[in-house]
Design a protein around this ligand. Structure first.
Ligand SMILES: *[C@@H]1O[C@H](CO)[C@@H](O)[C@H](O)[C@H]1NC(C)=O
Length: 199
């Protein structure tokens, strides 16, 4: 088994996940597809953490580039030493996989907090945009969702997008954590696969 190949597959899988996280976080700024609600007073703080855009999105560029480059790197060698180059590539992939875990974990935590707090909205008795739910109680009780009047459909919008972010960042954590282990194995037994030509 060549560990570089494996990292490449992980890198390719991370790309659509990162793009979807960026899209999901961006949509959170436009409840019901409408503009005009994207001010800090009207949207939940968790939307303004940019966790899907930065943590699970832009930050993923680094592990993705390193993972995608591994198949090439791991045979080039450093100082003319093939095995040393392979080990170095594996070692750097561990570092960048760690960065990926951290970014995805940031998105995962913010999404969980966002789901727990719920969206900000107005009600029949309160025209200010505030959190009206406590401790995620609304998640199990659909009839509470109608208490939110404005932005329209905000609870569905909020729950759907943060659930997607939660799942996708969870997958990113697993993929990057897998490469942490994978890269460490490759680093420790760098000579396990005779890579050049046969990869
Ligand atoms: C669901 O919420 C409604 C409205 O707040 C409340 O009247 C009802 O008791 C709740 N149901 C449950 C099972 O908690």
């Amino acid at each position: 088994m060549c560990y570089g190949k494996c990292a490449r597959c992980l890198g390719i899988t991370l790309v659509p996940l990162a793009l979807l996280c960026i899209i999901a976080n961006t949509l959170l700024f436009f409840p019901n597809g409408q503009t005009g609600f994207n001010t800090p007073e009207r949207l939940a703080e968790s939307v303004w953490c940019f966790s899907g855009i930065l943590g699970s999105g832009v930050l993923m560029i680094f592990p993705v580039l390193v993972f995608l480059g591994m198949e090439n790197n791991d045979c080039c060698g450093c100082c003319g030493n093939e095995s040393c180059g392979k080990r170095f590539a594996n070692f750097s992939s561990v570092i960048f996989a760690g960065i990926g875990v951290a970014g995805a974990a940031y998105c995962f935590i913010v999404s969980a907090v966002g789901l727990n707090l719920g969206p900000k909205c107005t009600t029949n008795s309160n025209i200010n945009y505030t959190y009206i739910f406590t401790d995620g109680d609304y998640l199990a009780n659909h009839s509470m969702w109608n208490e939110c009047k404005d932005p329209p459909n905000i609870v569905t919008w909020h729950v759907t997008l943060f659930s997607l972010l939660l799942v996708m960042s969870g997958v990113q954590i697993v993929l990057c954590a897998f490469q942490v282990v994978n890269g460490l194995i490759g680093f420790i037994c760098g000579d396990c696969c005779s890579c050049c030509g046969s990869a």
